[in-house]
Design a protein. Structure first.
Length: 435
């Protein structure tokens, strides 16, 4: 509808512009032809004393026939007709001509009245006795041919524009149906997916729609994968609990220690399976995700400073700035929380965080988390990234924090590097995608 309105408006304005241009051109041409006739009359005129003379019969036959529609008149200063062509025999506008105000000598006037278009021109004629009588030459022509020509053009113009408009509207409608057919196919395929008859968008789509259909398929696959992972996690959880439950069934009423051990084991299994389900449910970054790294660092830092307030340790954060990161906010908080908490657990006094850009990775924020603790030896760095792998059994925890960090980063295609910090402790380095 909007394209139709724009098309009609554009063609309407174009038609009006052409109509005005052609009308102006026809009128200008008519005026020039009449003025040439005035000059021809002036060339054939003579002045005998103060008497004006023009031959009764002129060379142009139309002046000599009352039916020709071409009339010539000459008026003197008193607005009296001193000469008129033979064609003026049926001319009925003589009184109107005499009543018109004078035009200045040397100037012309074009107009229309009573079905005629006219051109008049005033001259001062120097006589033999020094007088300069004024004469006004009029040439009038029937306006019907001009109007017929203009009307014929208008009929052709608006008829042609109407036909072109209809053809364009039909073409536009056909092109719109053809262009929108892939979207209708997408809608039908989505309906089939909703009804359970399909699991993804099938078929060939235009290049312009390929990003849309590919992203929809990835979204559908991620949603289906998430449901499959949750079902698998619940199955794994049930399977993992079978052994502790079987042991508990065989316990005697007095085996309290063994009962507690199995309860602790079951608690660990539930935590592990739920955390694994949450981690594996992530299928990478989703379009439009954006979180501020500086704000996340501030939130995690304040929470950990309160949690470890009894310990004499300092968290040195960079000056907070706006560092947009293309990650889920909960994922970023989980990563920063685990890494900074490790720093608080194992550092002696200082944990530092730095954020910068590197030329090798211009689209990422390089984040270094350093502490002055005992550090991690090169041989043990891969070990600590495994689940339930801990180098220090004195600190509370279940040994899955760094493994969760690694899994979360892996879901975004990122890695966690472990090195030695300038303070002698551990350095955790990660490159976060800039938004």
């Amino acid at each position: 509808m909007s394209a139709t309105v724009v098309l009609l408006l554009f063609l309407g304005i174009t038609g009006l512009a052409l109509d005005r241009a052609v009308e102006r051109s026809l009128v200008t041409g008519q005026s020039e032809r009449l003025f040439l006739r005035v000059l021809n009359l002036l060339a054939e005129s003579e002045l005998n004393g103060n008497d004006f003379w023009l031959p009764t019969y002129l060379a142009e036959e139309r002046y000599n026939s009352p039916e020709s529609g071409l009339v010539a008149l000459v008026l003197n200063e008193q607005r009296q007709i001193v000469w008129e062509s033979l064609s003026s025999q049926w001319f009925e506008q003589l009184d109107w001509v005499r009543n018109q105000p004078d035009v200045p000598p040397g100037e012309e006037e074009f107009g229309n009245y009573g079905g005629y278009v006219y051109e008049r021109y005033a001259v001062l004629w120097e006589g033999l006795n020094g007088d300069t009588p004024r004469f006004e030459f009029w040439v009038l022509e029937d306006a019907a041919p001009l109007q017929q020509t203009l009307q014929a053009f208008r009929n052709q113009l608006w008829g042609g524009l109407g036909a072109v408009t209809m053809a364009l509207l039909v073409t536009l409608w056909l092109v719109a149906r053809w262009g929108l057919a892939p979207l209708r196919q997408v809608a039908l395929n989505l309906q089939r997916i909703r009804s359970g008859d399909a699991r993804r968008l099938e078929g060939q789509y235009p290049r312009e729609l390929t990003p849309l259909t590919d992203n929809l398929n990835r979204l559908l696959e991620a949603e289906q994968g998430q449901r499959d992972r949750y079902r698998q996690a619940m199955a794994d959880l049930a399977h993992s609990l079978k052994t502790p439950l079987a042991v508990m069934r065989t316990l005697e009423p007095g085996d309290v220690d063994e009962l507690n051990e199995q309860i602790v084991r079951m608690d660990q299994i539930v935590r592990y399976q739920l955390q694994r389900a949450v981690t594996e449910a992530r299928s990478g970054p989703v379009l439009g995700q954006r979180v501020d790294l500086g704000e996340a660092l501030g939130r995690v830092g304040r929470a950990l400073e309160k949690a470890f307030a009894s310990e004499d340790k300092v968290l040195d954060l960079p000056d907070i700035a706006v560092w947009p990161v293309a990650m889920d906010a909960n994922d970023l908080l989980e990563v920063l929380g685990n890494l900074l908490e490790n720093g608080f657990k194992y550092s002696r006094s200082v944990i530092t965080v730095s954020v910068r850009r590197e030329q090798a990775f211009p689209d990422s924020w390089c984040v270094d988390i350093d502490d002055d603790g005992p550090g991690i030896s090169p041989q043990a760095r891969e070990q600590v990234l495994g689940r339930h792998q801990r180098l220090d059994t004195l600190q509370p925890g279940q040994g899955i924090g760094l493994a969760m960090v690694r899994d979360i980063l892996a879901s975004y295609g990122l890695t966690l590097d472990i090195d030695t910090s300038p303070f002698g402790g551990a350095r955790f380095r990660l490159y976060l995608p800039a938004a």
